[in-house]
Design a protein around this ligand. Structure first.
Ligand code: 5U1
Length: 786
């Protein structure tokens, strides 16, 4: 075998192994960048040797052809559905029927017979069948009517955790795996955000998003939707390979097929009941939606004995949780004003119980959403609760529209302060072009003169993750604003004891405490301060990145949008938000007052982050200019040939033609012929020099944080500091703080009450510190505690 072929096979085996560890075992052993490196090495080798490309290569998930229709697939073994139970009594009845069939004893002896059951979540997605022939994925199909489905092979191949070939050997030569393709809650939010961005209809729920994605004729679209698969059964097989359902799933897992990590084996129906209760408590916290739990008789011989009724097996049952969707009437639409002045519609509903909670209000996001839904006041609507988030209106029942239904209209003036409401067309910036997107936001122009915006801004400013000023609840802030005692965050620092003690709920001690808490907040970290300012689109993470990378508020304030895009995860749109926030005169005055009269002292490093400082190159900068038809490759060629920006700006297109095709060379010349473009490019370069991150600058950077590259987990309760503070201290030392324990975790800090995370850490032999040892460690690192 030639070297390239050997390496290709090696890379495929290695990537398959990493995919398995990541998707099936949930224990990745290499960082994502290393995975990407291996993947790109394989891609490059396959591009050089196209004859060596095989359909089961990890590079071949997304096909290039767009189908015109799906062909039909006949299921050799019908795909069944499940009988439902809605209350615990129905589970006892189910168990009794099972017991009676598999142990036909006299009635009074039934109670002593225990049947082993498996328990799994019932995922809310799309049932699919995956056919493996000789270990290779050869066909994917929908359930359809249970007998005939549709061929969605191209789409299932894009689902990252579906193995294209089975691992480990020992599988039957024909093996049909069945299960659910679903989308996690976070993925669902992302898909809908994208749908809104491109002006497409949003999906009403994760099930529709998963089903809609699997029924895409263009597999590139399915491939973008972060779908997952979870197996719960088999169809046709060339030979049996397990005596129990649990054992069968373990075999599938060993062969690389993902199964639920919530799968449990219980010894009797009481175990099923306990599982129901446990999962119903966990339901809202799970990363994916479930509509119930499924119980199956574990012993496969018993399953055969029990058989089927119509299309439902007698050996399995789904216990359905209360629906998260309900019908109700839209009584009115009112408008709220948010922190950034956005005027957003809120649905006032005829109160209705949804999964045990009475719902009377639902979010409508914005006027585009109202238009997309085609919503009118008086309509009957479907509302939906998902997790802890505010209920949403997902659909209008058109047939039930009353004759008196009326349109939803945005007010001309702010319902809170009476200022003008302005319509701003959303602008999308990409590749040098600014395109007007379909979306629009309505904003109250009153800003901090608008009571609603001021209240929200102060609530955010004092919040725990921002300036963490304890003792200033929402009600007190409302009172302070309503009584005109504060008009900006800076005014908090001017409050007097006499003013506070007069507020509702305050006495001597609490007033003094509040004054102290305000005073104590005067030395925040730069990251907290940036977050507290409430810049649109800048959450805690972005604030941390800004602080870590730029090192000082002065740099953050002047940073040009293009320079901000060197920050990880900051795109041009967010960069423009940040830039225009600091350009705003009013914001400048508030920041000036905070740092001036209020004597705030920010804790910063003063130096650039090492990664950020190293990120600027001439080629990269030319690429950031978004010169039409010039991509990163051409930009790099220009950089290599001319060496300096000035030389590129001045170059004749005929000179450029020595490295670039004529059309591109002309495009570059035409771009720089526009004086504004050349000036902008030089201004960006100048800023890179001013910051000390220019490719020729000598760099002064913060490097080598002691915990860089380490992942820590905090579990149990901490008594000497809050979890947030502990997290902040660890992040300050360069560690990543994660919520789950895996083989990649470096250290677990376990306080009293630590449960499963501590158990797992001990099982994995990880380093575990109690709080005392943790504080000792922090002190060793020179970190102040308490
Ligand atoms: N977890 C799980 N979901 N689910 C759905 N198991 C399961 N089993 C099913 C279905 C339709 O059918 C069995 C009869 C294989």
């Amino acid at each position: 075998m030639k070297a390239a072929e050997t390496r290709i096979l090696e890379l495929r085996a290695e990537l398959d192994q990493h995919n398995y560890r990541y998707h099936v075992l949930d224990e990745p052993s290499i960082p994502d960048v290393e995975y990407d490196r291996l993947f790109h090495e394989l891609k490059a080798l396959e591009a050089e040797n196209p004859h060596l490309v095989t359909p089961d290569s990890p590079t071949q998930r997304v096909g290039s052809a767009v189908l015109t229709a799906f062909s039909k697939v006949k299921h050799e073994v019908p795909m069944l559905s499940l009988g439902n139970a809605f209350e615990e009594a129905a589970l006892y009845e189910f168990n009794q029927r099972v017991v009676q069939t598999i142990s036909p004893l006299p009635n009074d002896l039934f109670s002593g017979v225990n049947v082993e059951y498996t328990c799994e979540p019932k995922l809310d997605g799309l049932a699919v069948s995956l056919l493996y022939v000789d270990g290779r994925l050869t066909r994917g199909a929908t359930r359809g009517n249970g007998t005939v489905g549709e061929d969605i092979t191209e789409n299932v191949r894009t689902v990252r955790n579906i193995p294209l070939r089975l691992m480990d050997g020992g599988w039957p030569s024909v093996l049909e795996v069945r299960g659910e393709v679903f989308i996690e809650k976070a993925g669902f939010e992302r898909v809908n955000a994208h749908q809104i961005e491109i002006g497409e209809k949003v999906f009403a729920n994760p099930r529709n998003a998963a089903a809609g994605s699997m029924r895409q004729l263009d597999s590139k679209i399915s491939g973008r939707r972060s779908l997952k698969f979870c197996s719960y059964g088999i169809g046709q097989v060339q030979r049996d390979f397990a005596d129990t359902y649990y054992g069968m799933l373990q075999k599938l897992k060993k062969w690389g097929v993902p199964i639920s990590n919530k799968l449990r084996l219980v010894s009797d129906v009481e175990g099923c009941i306990a599982y129901c209760r446990d999962m119903s408590e966990q339901r809202l916290d799970l990363p994916y939606e479930i509509d119930g739990v499924v119980f199956k008789v574990n012993n496969i011989a018993s399953q055969r004995e029990l058989g089927f009724r119509a299309r439902e097996p007698r050996w399995a049952i789904a216990y359905k949780f209360p629906a998260m969707e309900e019908l109700t009437e839209l009584l009115d639409v009112e408008f709220q004003v948010g922190r950034t002045g956005a005027v957003t519609p809120v649905a006032r509903l005829k109160p209705v119980k949804v999964a045990g909670v009475t719902v009377a209000n639902a979010t409508l996001h914005n006027m585009d959403e109202v238009a997309r839904l085609g919503l009118m006041i008086g309509d009957t609507v479907i509302i939906r609760r998902a997790g802890d988030v505010i209920p949403q209106v997902v659909q209008v029942v058109q047939e039930r529209r009353p004759t008196h239904a009326r349109a939803v209209e945005i007010p001309q003036t702010c319902p809170v302060c009476g200022s003008q409401v302005e319509r701003t067309q959303l602008i999308k910036r990409s590749k040098g072009k600014e395109t007007i997107s379909e979306g629009a936001v309505y904003r109250c122009v009153g800003r901090l003169a608008c009571g609603a915006q001021l209240k929200q801004a102060i609530i955010h400013y004092v919040s725990r993750r921002a300036m963490d000023i304890e003792g200033l609840g929402d009600k007190t802030i409302e009172q302070l604003v309503d009584e005109k005692l504060i008009g900006s965050p800076a005014d908090l620092y001017k409050l007097k004891y006499e003013q506070i003690i007069d507020l509702e709920g305050f006495a001597e001690i609490s007033s003094k405490k509040l004054l102290k808490a305000i005073d104590d907040s005067k030395q925040p970290t730069l990251a907290r301060f940036i977050y507290a300012l409430g810049i649109p689109d800048v959450g805690e993470e972005t604030a941390k990145v800004l602080a870590r990378s730029l090192g000082s508020l002065d740099r953050v304030i002047v940073a040009l949008p293009e320079v901000l895009t060197y920050l990880p995860d900051v795109g041009l749109e967010v960069a423009h938000e940040i830039h225009s926030f600091f350009e705003d005169e009013h914001n400048q005055n508030v920041i000036g007052a905070l740092l001036g009269e209020c004597q705030m002292e920010l804790q910063d490093t003063g130096d650039l982050g090492a990664e950020f400082a190293a990120s600027a190159t001439l080629g990269g900068m030319l690429d950031k200019l978004n010169i039409p038809s010039v991509g990163p490759g051409a930009a790099q060629k220009l950089a290599d040939k001319f060496g300096t920006l000035e030389a590129v700006v001045k170059a004749d297109w005929l000179d450029m033609r020595q490295t670039l095709p004529e059309k591109q060379a002309q495009a570059v010349r035409a771009f720089f012929d526009v004086a504004e473009h050349a000036q902008r490019a030089l201004a960006i370069e100048q800023q890179l020099k001013d910051f000390g991150m220019h490719w020729q600058s000598e760099k002064k950077v913060v490097e080598g944080l002691p915990l860089a590259g380490q992942t820590w987990v905090l579990t149990g309760s901490l008594e000497l500091m809050s979890r947030d503070v502990a997290k902040e201290k660890l992040e300050g030392l360069g560690a990543k703080v994660s919520g789950s324990v895996s083989a990649k975790t470096h250290t677990v800090v376990a306080g009293p009450g630590a449960g499963s995370k501590l158990t797992k850490a001990n099982e994995l032999g990880l380093k575990v510190l109690d709080e005392e040892a943790f504080v000792g460690f922090l002190k060793q690192q020179g970190v102040e505690v308490g």
